[in-house]
Design a protein around this ligand. Structure first.
Ligand SMILES: [Zn+2]
Length: 486
């Protein structure tokens, strides 16, 4: 018998640490206008300082008016995130001076936020998890500063954009969990039409708080706050980086003794310390005197709640229509595609046809033309194509060609059909004349058909299609021929 392996009494025991992560998410609401004025909220790609007015520029004597649509969108998001809407809530002024803030204060919410205590269920590697939400509140965004050498430029187009700030509980335990959570959060905001959450356009940004503690410890230690992360990848990489950095500090006994604020350098894939030992900034919050407190009645909240369809529910609905998981996910991730799909399905009530038109033909033709979904024909244009096809003006096959040309040229279905001379001949009297001509020109086939040879009919139809350059409505031609031949 072999001796038991002796326990190594001198093996080093390294304390293992648990990572505690909380997030602050800023999501732009997809309203037509800004939070407190009538300026357009579509600043992306616009010339600097063209979407501004005396209200969002903070001129003396102007009065902000709250955007009701933004409040609705924030309520829908809160309900979808299972938050408790606060019956009485008001806006507060958060005072600070910065060149991108023309008013000298941000209108935000402080002690009476829109909603408290939510939850988001999400999945990471097939495992179901949940993350608590501390609060959701509304506020307006600041402008944008750009630094060029030793000058700084400012664009106020974004100043006044409606934002939701969503703060999580410290429930996340890894970079992977944080990333999976924000992706589900994004899907929820899109599903209830509260935000387009387009990461590329900076419509969703994250601040992450990371701290470590020895496993088993219940206390929270001073955290590192990583500011302004604007992609899922940056969020994941920055948290993983801080987790590693903090582990080394803890192992040396040099863990942070007070809060630290850091920035993430995307190119160098590392963080830099911005501020240490930050004391809570004194923003001198006070209730916004220009905007009355908001109040909601149960009936309208109930109406909003009833209309909510969460991404998971939406996905199940698409799967029940016969779509596969990947197709259903594609629709949930892409609002434009989803809205086209829903519109076509509503009109045709035919999932197979909708799926073939939107998920196969449209996507295929866009790819071939090297165009994005944003460059796809508008909903109305696609519905017009369906109307024209269903009226028998063009055949199903021609409908496909028309869609391809619509994508290539940006023209409408009606224009293309007219230009290409594609109209099917469906007019009965016109077709009767052609049928008469065909019967006279194909006497042999007529005799054969009358003699019981069914296939002879095909030859006569073929003659008509050739004669009309494929424009005769084949179903009607068949019908008329059978009538004539008894
Ligand atoms: Zn304005």
């Amino acid at each position: 018998m072999l001796p038991k392996k002796a326990k190594n009494r001198y093996s080093l025991t390294i304390a293992t640490f648990e990572t505690i992560i909380g997030l602050e998410v800023h999501a732009q609401m997809n309203t037509q206008t800004k939070m407190f004025c009538g300026c357009s909220n579509d600043a992306f790609g616009k010339e600097a300082n063209t979407l501004v007015c005396p209200v969002c520029m903070g001129h003396p004597g102007t009065l902000p008016v709250i955007n009701g649509k933004a409040v609705e969108k924030a309520i829908r998001a809160s309900l979808a995130l299972k938050c408790e809407i606060q019956k009485n809530n008001h806006m507060s002024r958060k005072n600070y001076f910065y060149p991108d803030l023309p008013t000298g204060y941000q209108i935000s919410q402080y002690d009476f936020p829109l909603a408290l205590k939510g939850t988001v269920q999400y999945e990471v590697n097939g495992e179901k998890k949940s993350c608590g939400l501390t609060r959701l509140h509304m506020e307006n965004d600041a402008g944008k500063l750009m630094h060029r050498g030793d000058v700084s430029l400012v664009d106020y187009n974004r100043a006044g954009t409606p934002l939701m700030e969503i703060v999580t509980d410290p429930d996340l335990r890894s970079a992977e969990e944080a990333s999976a959570f924000v992706q589900e959060l994004r899907r929820i905001l899109i599903a209830v039409d509260s935000s387009e959450a387009d990461m590329f356009k900076g419509m969703m940004r994250f601040d992450a708080s990371v701290s470590l503690r020895p496993v088993g410890d219940k206390k929270l230690y001073p955290r590192v706050e990583i500011k302004n992360l604007n992609s899922f990848k940056a969020l994941e990489k920055a948290i993983a980086y801080e987790q590693k950095r903090l582990t080394k500090l803890w192992e040396k006994g040099e863990q942070p003794k007070s809060e630290v604020t850091v920035g993430w350098l995307d190119d160098e894939e590392k963080t830099v310390i911005l501020r240490e030992k930050e004391s809570a900034a004194d923003y001198r919050y006070f209730p916004e005197p220009d905007i009355p407190p908001l109040q909601f009645d149960d009936a309208s909240l109930e109406k909003f709640r009833a209309a909510i369809e969460l991404p998971q529910e939406k996905k199940n609905r698409y799967v029940s229509l016969g779509l596969n998981e990947a197709e259903a996910m594609l629709l949930i991730e892409q609002t434009e595609l989803q809205s086209l799909f829903d519109a076509v399905y509503e009109k045709t009530n035919d999932a197979k046809r909708t799926s073939s038109l939107i998920l196969t033909q449209l996507i295929g033709f866009l790819k071939a033309a090297n165009k994005s979904i944003e460059e796809a024909p508008k909903k109305e244009s696609i519905l017009e194509l369906i109307t024209i096809t269903d009226a028998g003006t063009i055949s199903g096959n021609q409908s496909k060609q028309v869609l391809e040309k619509m994508i290539q040229t940006g023209k409408s279905a009606a224009e293309i059909v007219k230009e290409e001379g594609m109209e099917q001949i469906s007019d009965t009297s016109a077709l009767e004349a052609i049928v008469q001509k065909a019967l006279e020109a194909n006497t042999a086939s007529v005799e054969a058909y009358k003699g019981g040879k069914q296939a002879a009919l095909g030859a006569i139809v073929g003659w008509i299609m050739k004669e009309t350059k494929g424009q005769a409505n084949p179903a009607k031609v068949n019908e008329l021929l059978k009538e004539q031949l008894g």
